[in-house]
Design a binder for this molecule. Structure first.
Ligand SMILES: O=C([S-])c1cc(C(=O)S)c[n+]([C@@H]2O[C@H](COP(=O)(O)O)[C@@H](O)[C@H]2O)c1
Ligand code: NI
Length: 420
């Protein structure tokens, strides 16, 4: 599981991010093959080593070898991506590139007050921008990146001349795409372009400072200009995310800490309801800490469900794929969250000759929860021919008699079986 943290604190454009990923070890032939799959021989991607304000960086160059009147519609670009078959294009790369241009189309549509389907791209629809987007998606794929996040984004200042005339920085599409992210004002000129911002918006799902990770590579990508005193670069740090150590189990003395988790969620209104129990079971089998459904009323008055999955960060990608595979969803939301979990252990009590496991939750030296495991209660009740209610009450009473009570310290010298 490789995480990519992007540092756009000096700005980001498509070619800068591509340069940074290639500098960090992404395969140039893989990037070239993906770009050729969409654009054939019309463009060539190469790299060179440059300096920006005295710092070494990789410049990704896209040479456009044909006349390119950059006036493509979103529909044209979607068709180019869908029809890319001149060379093998990994499905993930195609889907990511599609999502980036779709996000650009929505931003442009909002800017111009039109429908995304009617959007005409100008500069961002040019062949070099398409190569940047496909190249970045292919570079992430070649590096095996499974999650990405980015720090605050420098936007710049002033005005630029584009097909739309003289427009203020941040240009309208960048301003639209930056909603919900931390941005930095200042700096001279256009430090972040619509393509760079769309790549961040789609591919760097979290806005965060450098997370706790063990770095394996650092890449620096150069922008076109070399501005004295301020390196015109985008950086990436690759590494394995450090996951919080699981809380201690067993003896009731461990302290409880905050554990970073991920919540995946999606609204679904068109799945055969008989499939839901199997979906939840598969997600739990695949390692989800929890998976649940909440009934909701969606647009057009449609009854639907919100499926939510709670999991460790390194399982977010495989579980997200499981959600796409087992439900009819077209999109999964993701957010990081922190959980304070009680330490847990098992206590065995005996009810009329049958062993029943009781789950005990505790923090510091105080017992917080004491609850018989219902599956064990049901088994004992079936074996004894008694109502489950009777066995449940008896198991609680037995735990209490053994000194395990919510709000009290654990009985002295007592040990719990470790909770898995
Ligand atoms: O191409 C389009 S539609 C376009 C829209 C906007 C708006 O903000 S609206 C701005 N621009 C400018 O074009 C160049 C190239 O951008 P890349 O993302 O392809 O690098 C840049 O200066 C944009 O501000 C284009
Ligand atoms: Ni435009």
């Amino acid at each position: 599981m490789t995480h990519a943290w992007i540092d756009p604190s000096a700005g980001v454009a498509g070619d800068m991010l591509l340069g940074a990923l290639l500098d960090a070890g992404a395969s140039l032939p893989a990037v070239q093959a993906a770009v050729a799959s969409v654009l054939g021989d019309d463009v060539a991607v190469t790299t060179r080593t440059v300096t920006r304000a005295g710092q070494r960086a990789t410049k990704a160059d896209v040479e456009v070898r044909v006349d390119d009147p950059p006036h493509r519609t979103w529909t044209t670009i979607a068709a180019m991506l869908a029809g890319a078959d001149r060379a093998p294009l990994p499905e993930r790369v195609r889907a990511d590139a599609h999502a980036v241009f779709e996000r650009l189309a929505r931003a442009e549509a909002r800017t111009h007050g039109t429908d995304p389907a009617d959007v005409h791209f100008h500069e961002v629809g040019a062949l070099d921008s398409i190569a940047d987007v496909v190249g970045v998606c292919a570079a992430l794929h070649s590096l095996g990146v499974t999650s990405a996040s980015a720090g605050p984004v420098a936007l710049g200042s002033g005005r630029v001349r584009a097909a739309h005339g003289s427009i203020p920085v941040p240009v309208p599409a960048v301003a639209e795409l930056s909603l919900g992210r931390r941005v930095l004002a200042g700096g001279e000129g256009e430090l972040t372009t619509p393509t760079g911002m769309a790549l961040l918006a789609v591919l760097a799902e979290r806005d965060e400072d450098l997370p706790a990770l063990v770095p394996t590579a650092v890449g620096v990508g150069a922008g076109t200009r070399d501005t004295p005193g301020r390196p015109n670069t985008t950086r990436v740090v690759l590494g394995a995310l450090a996951t919080a150590a699981p809380t201690a189990t067993g003896a009731p003395t461990g302290s409880t800490g905050l554990v970073e988790l991920v919540e995946l969620a999606t609204n679904v209104d068109d799945l055969d309801p008989r499939l839901w129990p199997g979906v939840l079971a598969r997600l739990l089998d695949a390692g989800a800490r929890d998976a649940w459904l909440v009934p909701v009323l969606m647009k057009k008055g449609r009854p639907a469900h919100v499926l939510t999955v709670l999991c460790a960060p390194d399982l977010a990608d495989p579980l997200e794929r499981e959600m796409f595979a087992t439900t009819s969803t077209l999109g999964v939301r993701r957010r990081a969250c922190w959980q304070r979990a009680l330490s847990r252990g098992w206590l065995d009590v005996v009810v009329e000759g049958h062993s029943v496991a009781v789950k005990v939750g505790y923090d510091d030296d105080v017992v917080r929860q004491v609850e018989p495991e219902f599956d064990a209660v049901a088994r004992a009740a079936a074996a004894l021919g008694l109502p489950e209610r009777h066995v449940l009450t008896a198991a609680r009473a037995a735990a209490h008699a053994a000194g395990w009570a919510a709000g009290s310290p654990p009985p002295s010298g007592a040990q719990l079986r470790p909770h898995p």
